[in-house]
Each structure stands twice: as structure tokens, then as C-alpha cells.
Ligand binder design. Structure first.
Ligand code: CO
Ligand code: CO
Ligand code: CO
Length: 327
């Protein structure tokens, strides 16, 4: 669902539960909910599921699971347990479903969590994902808010999965052409999350359906700081620029762009393809981290070099919290 529609629905619900244990609830646009058990322990709850974005069932399972686990990592948490969420047409064959679940299970195990169960619904279109519970120390929760002027904006996976999935559906690309993106989407944000926590990140979220710009806007408060993004630094998966140039832009990108009109100031020098990628909805995207410059050394050391992450901008003094995009 696009950001505009979601906002409309949530506005209709009486969502004001003022329990002290709720550290992160419905009143902030965060990736997962955080519920405190005691002074040492809080639970992190999230769920995510979607329709296949690649044809290979095992890889789809891996990507969907990595995507669901990502919201635990975005909050600085460690996954504990997971439950399968399955919608599936029986006509497709149980061996296909078994491969999807096998892919998901491999990622749950890699995360160190255990799979405890799940629920299946007969449905025309397959969908798969996980509900995940993690743990975090109540004082070490990372949220999307807290960036300060001068912080570096770090992104830990390339962009372009929405464009590539659209091209794959239209048969302009094969799954083999998408190899890097598939591997990237199936990758866990575990190491990036741990590095962010240890480096003292001020804020963190992950880039998914609302695109880079939508999730970056969630990091801003409306009353400072602002953020500057450099498109020359944007990491992009192979073939994504080429496919965006051919017009393989998913509908979600247009929704994201419309929703953010007036909140993102894009320099006229930024080229059209970069503009599209800024709003491209991502599946299992990277973490977006507000990193204080003094944490850069620790962050680099944790992740072992500069591979797999890029500094794409910096937070700035600004009372209006606008995002400025320059080449
Ligand atoms: Co998220
Ligand atoms: Co999510
Ligand atoms: Co049930």
C-alpha cells in the first residue's frame, strides 16, 4: 500500500495506547514495535509478507525472510523466533511451497532465530513472509529519529530492485541478469545493524517500499535537521540504470514521488534516471543509518572495509527538515 493510503487508514483508528512498556508503537513511522519487559530486555515485533518478485521459489523464500528480518535489525535488535505467513493456491503444487518455506527457513537459521510455526491461507496469488520477534536492550533501541546535523548518511545495499523486478516481469531481463540484486535482497542486514549499534549510530531504518526518499523522510522530524543526498554516490544494482532508462518504473515509484512532492528538493542537474531511483520501492533494501563522523572508524572496522556500504549524504542544519538532492 502506498504511504498516502496507509496514512488515511491509520488516521481512522483509535490508536492511543499509553502503556509505559511501549517504547516504539503506532505513533511513529518505525520499522518494528518495541515492548519493554524489564530494564534489561525489550521485545521487538514485526511482520512482512509479499508476492513473489523472482520466479525461483527458494530464492523468493530467502528474500521474503531476509526482508521480514530486516525490521528487527533496523531497530538494533537480534532475531529470536519467527512464524511463517503463507497465502498459496493449492493448484501450484506443494513442492513449490516447500521450496519457498525452505528458502525462508535457511534465512531464519542464518539469523540465529528459530522457526516456531505459521499459518496458511488458500489464495489465488502466492504470498510469503514472516512474523518475527527479536530482543533488544531498552537503552540500545535504534529508531528512525535522532539524526543530528553533521551526521553521515550511510546506505548498506544498492538501489534498483523495484526497477529490476518490473523488468523481470516484463521479460526484459532474466533472473540471471538479476544475480547481484537477488543475492543482495537475500542478504541479512545483521552485520550492518551490529556495526551501526557499535558505532553509536544516532538513527537507523531500512529502505523498503517507500523508496530511499520516503524512508529518509521518516528519519526527519519536520523541525530539523535536514539532509543532503549526493546522487553521484548512490550505489545501484547492475542493469537497474539501463532498465530505468527504458521506462521500467514500478507504479509504487510514482506513488512515492507524488506523496513526497514538496518535501524533496531535487537540483535541476540531477538526471532523470537518478530521479527515478530515488523513489524506487525496494524489496529487502539496506539499512539507512545516521552515523556521527566519530563513529566512522568503528563502523568501518566492524564491516571490514568499505565494501557493501556507501556514504550517500549528510544531515544538515535546517529548521524545515527538507531533503536536498544534488548530483
Ligand atoms: Co522497515
Ligand atoms: Co516492514
Ligand atoms: Co492458525
Amino acid at each position: 500500500m502506498g504511504p498516502e493510503d496507509l496514512e488515511k487508514v491509520l488516521r481512522l483508528l483509535p490508536l492511543r495506547d499509553a502503556r509505559q512498556e511501549i517504547l516504539v508503537g503506532l505513533d511513529t513511522p518505525d520499522d518494528a514495535a518495541v515492548f519493554m519487559l524489564d530494564e534489561e530486555t525489550a521485545l521487538v515485533h514485526t511482520l512482512d509478507f509479499f508476492t513473489p518478485i523472482v520466479d525461483d521459489p527458494f530464492l523468493f523464500g530467502q528474500i521474503a525472510a531476509a526482508n521480514a528480518l530486516s525490521d528487527i535489525y533496523a531497530m538494533g535488535g537480534t532475531p529470536l523466533s519467527a512464524m511463517n505467513i503463507v497465502c498459496f493456491p493449492c493448484s501450484l503444487g506443494m513442492d513449490v511451497l516447500a521450496r519457498i518455506l525452505e528458502g525462508g527457513l535457511s534465512k531464519v537459521r542464518e539469523s540465529g532465530a528459530v522457526l516456531l510455526g505459521g499459518h496458511t491461507v488458500d489464495d489465488d496469488e502466492p504470498k510469503y513472509g514472516l512474523a518475527v520477534t527479536g530482543r533488544v536492550h531498552p537503552e540500545r533501541v535504534m529508531t528512525s529519529k535522532g539524526a543530528e546535523p553533521g551526521d553521515l548518511l550511510v546506505l548498506t545495499k544498492p538501489l534498483g530492485t523495484g526497477v529490476l523486478a518490473t523488468a523481470l516481469k516484463g521479460d526484459f531481463l532474466s533472473e540471471a541478469d538479476m544475480k547481484e540484486a537477488v543475492t543482495g535482497m537475500a542478504g541479512l542486514n545483521a552485520a550492518a545493524s551490529q556495526a551501526a549499534v557499535l558505532a553509536g549510530a544516532h538513527a537507523c531504518t531500512d529502505v523498503t517500499g517507500f523508496g530511499l526518499m520516503g524512508h529518509l523522510l521518516n528519519m526527519l522530524t519536520g523541525h530539523g535537521p535536514g539532509c543532503e543526498v549526493y546522487t553521484s554516490q548512490l550505489p545501484v544494482y547492475p542493469h537497474a540504470r539501463e532498465m530505468a532508462g527504458m521506462g521500467m518504473i514500478p507504479a509504487g515509484a510514482h506513488k512515492n514521488r507524488d506523496f513526497l512532492a514538496g518535501k524533496v528538493d531535487i537540483s535541476p542537474e540531477v538526471d532523470g534516471i537518478d530521479r527515478d531511483l530515488l523513489f524506487d520501492p525496494q524489496t529487502s533494501g539496506g539499512l539507512l543509518i545516521a552515523l556521527p563522523p566519530q563513529g566512522l572508524g568503528a563502523f568501518t572496522e566492524q564491516l571490514g572495509g568499505t565494501e557493501g556500504w556507501t556514504c550517500i549524504g549528510r544531515f544538515t542544519e535546517s529548521v524545515s527538515s527538507i531533503i536536498r538532492v544534488v548530483p
